[in-house]
Design a protein around this ligand. Sequence first.
Ligand code: SF4
Length: 398
Amino acid sequence: MPRLKVQDDLKDLMKKYYQSLSSPIAWCTSAGPAEILRGLGFDVYFPENHGALLGASRTAQKYIPLAQRVGYGKEICSYLTSDIGAYLAGETPLSRAYGLTSVPKPDLIVFNTNQCREVSEWFNFYGRTLGVDVVGIYPPRHLEEIRSVDITQVIEQFHHLIEVGERIVGKSMDEDHFREVVKLSGEGSILWKKILETARHVPSPLTFFDGTILMAPIVVMRGTQECVDYYRLVLDELEERMRQGIGAVENEDVRIYWDGMPIWGRLRFLSEIFAENNACIVASTYCNSWIFDDLDPMDPMRSLALAYTRIFINRGENYKLSYFKEMIKKYKVDGMIFHDSKTCFNNTNSRFGLPARVEEELGIPTLVIEGDLNDLRFFSDAQTRTKVETFIDQLKGY
Ligand code: SF4
């Protein structure tokens, strides 16, 4: 299947984003309060996007040992180890891709532990090393239900972040600008949701692998007009594919849901296995994680606190099971794959019995594959191919 035309525009968009980053710059986690930082006047850089680039460019393997040499364990987050290793080597794939001499220097570093404790260790390394203020947002974790007291705690922490940010930029936050950023973030997020939901169509015009590429703007540019404009183009192209009945996978026969991290260094390898077997991964927890449909410019602080606290990775296993139930129905899923990512315990949902509960309670076959987001020492091409092809045959009823 030919690539989506909009993928060609993405390279220019990302180049523009990276080349335009200028002081004051805040570093932020991927599901951190980027809107507050933009509202304060910061440009925002996301180390996790850099981590994904290290994985996708397969340079992570060179850098992970450098972080291990200074004391970071081999089974902790390989975004962290590849990113810190690249820093220690004084190298970045941003040089080759966008002509940057180094990653942008931060004036403030912000993380949200809504996804994991590892971001605190990762971002504090840079705070110590670079001598930059670090602000952590620590929401209540692993929630089955969200109570208003949970949100109030997060809002209080956002107020502290604003105080620190205002001191660094030397002026008060412009409320109108902040609301505008939240409005644009909400618009981008709703467009992203519509893009992913085109995969409800049979055949699906897009795969999980397309999603992992197309998601870059909602991660690094949410809250900007450029993100909104780009996603309008993406949606137009996907809707055109739907009108013409063009599927992303030829002769789509099987529809699969992917849970867990992408395996960045093996996206093409995996996408080819599924395509060769007429199987389409139509939806994923990972791509869905940047749908923030609570954002409300009329109540920006509360809606941001809610959006970033209720994300899937921050929820209890009963909630997660009910979420899978909704996704399986919505996307007409035949089977589910759980990626057991060896260095990301937090974004791995196969270790407390969820696959068995999906099979028993939702009646859907599951497969667990071992791998990792960046560290390919944990991934076997041959074993994965065999497991995936056998699973697809099982779904086809062979
Ligand atoms: S969620 Fe996983 S991959 Fe992401 S920063 Fe945390 S440990 Fe690393």
